[in-house]
Unconditional design. Structure first.
Length: 118
């Protein structure tokens, strides 16, 4: 009984908050439509760009360069469960100006995000 409860609680913790974990999708060409909470890694052999919908709700696509020798450049690592981590943080200079991290499939907002408006 206790073991079952522990297993159950473990599952809840792993999936909490519900529906907020990001997934990774590897595709050969640029996606035509973007699903929410999905990080697309685009390229055949070498992944050259990561694309996703901005998590703030503005619906704008965010493109991150992954190619060495071009700046700015991000790197993406994917866990065994397919949870993406992007580094460094994403700091949008246009539109919503969101600033956030994507770590192990979760969005972590930067504290100073709103100060950009003042
Ligand atoms: Zn946004």
């Amino acid at each position: 009984m206790l073991k079952k409860l522990k297993t159950f609680l473990g599952r809840v913790r792993d999936s909490w908050p519900p529906g907020r974990r990001w997934k990774t999708m590897r595709i050969a060409e640029e996606p035509e439509a973007l699903l929410p909470n999905v990080l697309y890694l685009v390229g055949e052999q070498e992944k050259w760009v990561a694309v996703f919908t901005c998590p703030c709700g503005c619906q704008k696509p965010v493109w991150l360069n992954l190619l060495r020798g071009h700046r700015p450049r991000w790197s993406v690592s994917v866990s065994a469960k397919g949870l993406p981590t992007v580094s460094p943080s994403v700091n949008r200079q246009v539109g919503c100006r969101s600033h956030f991290f994507l770590r192990s499939g979760r969005i972590v907002w930067c504290k100073h995000r709103r100060r950009l408006w003042f």
